[in-house]
Design a protein around this ligand. Sequence first.
Ligand SMILES: Nc1ncnc2c1ncn2[C@@H]1O[C@H](COP(=O)(O)OP(=O)(O)OP(=O)(O)O)[C@@H](O)[C@H]1O
Ligand SMILES: [Mg+2]
Ligand SMILES: [Zn+2]
Length: 449
Amino acid sequence: MSRPKILYQCQGCGYSSPKWLGKCPDCGAWNSFVEETLTLRNAKLRKRETADPVALSDISHSTASRHSTEIKEFDRALGGGVVLGSVVLIGGDPGIGKSTLLLQALTGLTKLGKVLYVSGEESPEQIKIRADRLKVKSGNIILLPETSLEGITSIAQEIKPRAIVIDSIQTIFSLELPSAPGSVAQIRECATKLMFFAKKYNIPLFIIGHVTKEGAIAGPRVLEHIVDTVLYFEGDKGTPFRILRAVKNRFGPVNEIGVFEMTETGFKEVENPSQLFLSERPLNVHGSVVAASLEGTRPLMVEIQALVTTSNFGIPRRTALGVDYNRVNLLIAVLDKRIGMHLGSMDIFVNVVGGLKTEEPAVDMAIISAIASSFKNTAIDPGTFVFGEVGLSGELRAISQAEIRIKEAAKLGLKRGLVPAGNAGNAKVSDIEVIGIRNVEEALEILFF
Ligand SMILES: Nc1ncnc2c1ncn2[C@@H]1O[C@H](COP(=O)(O)OP(=O)(O)OP(=O)(O)O)[C@@H](O)[C@H]1O
Ligand SMILES: [Mg+2]
Ligand SMILES: [Zn+2]
């Protein structure tokens, strides 16, 4: 038996070092090293059954290996249903609704047979209360209040579930490791073992992970490498809307989103999110404009708001909610330099309504328009939408999928679109007046004639 070896491991990224370090050389986190005792497994233990090599052409796979969770928006985020044998990690802020959504999704999978809900955080009674509220009745859902990995896998071997949910990975620990639950070593070990289990029995495995203050899945980024699909559950707690976004998917497109509304009886799918995001839009107010953005393959009309006020402090405040802060600063600089709009002494707040987050460059033009509208105290016509990437010299650059954005706008009854000149030619949609724009100056002239 070899002596246990002591290692220090970064709880942020899993980097290990033989001595304690104040700053992680890999991910740059401070004070993130924790002592982990690693029992070195001897060679006999390590030896697994070896796999036989197979010719690619000899592998048969059935195309029907995807299954619907009966929640269309969830299927969509997964890339069209859940793949058997795949491991899906779901992260999100505390209380955002991870357990609720997975209980609902698991219910959809009971058509395959028994499914297992492993809860290390809540008692079966608590889950029952939730299930009653969600009107989940299936006798095929088996609850397991267990936190040891060995216990979970042995019970799973017995009842042979057709899908497993682990709620949450931070509470599960392996008896083979001395480190505390939630540490990098434990999370990595447990996730890997569970993954082997899912692949071996060809069942989908959903792992819930808590996120840290910084928004990453707590502990290990290594976890994101182990799993097939990573979904983030986002949303503003003040609103009932939640967005499930695929940030990694070995079986489908990334950035695909599913949109939900939280209700008393659980999550409802939102089939027309554009309508929802624009439903409470105040008309004819300063600093508001409709942007045609695209999330995954789905066009999404959102309201972008800006508020520009004289700053009371020496250094003006800049706040960006739902869009990139640096991007907003860049666009402010473009307005200042190219249009001569003096925003240097102004506090500027930019917000994407509905708690949506977007990194799409196509919303650049909307951010600029909203800021200009608030600065000029002039409302933008509510039937108008804008999109386009703005370059440093104020030029409007063409973006992808212009036509489906304009079609979405037509569906919502919008009348006029200011779009990059490069997109205007090949985007003819009836009922919409499409105006090709070459630069920011031209756009602002039309918006505030
Ligand atoms: N009776 C109710 N009606 C409507 N919404 C409710 C009701 N009870 C709970 N909720 C919502 O459910 C949310 C909690 O959902 P859930 O427990 O699934 O979240 P979670 O992400 O799993 O949280 P945690 O991180 O604590 O595990 C609450 O924030 C609340 O918004
Ligand atoms: Mg929970
Ligand atoms: Zn690190």
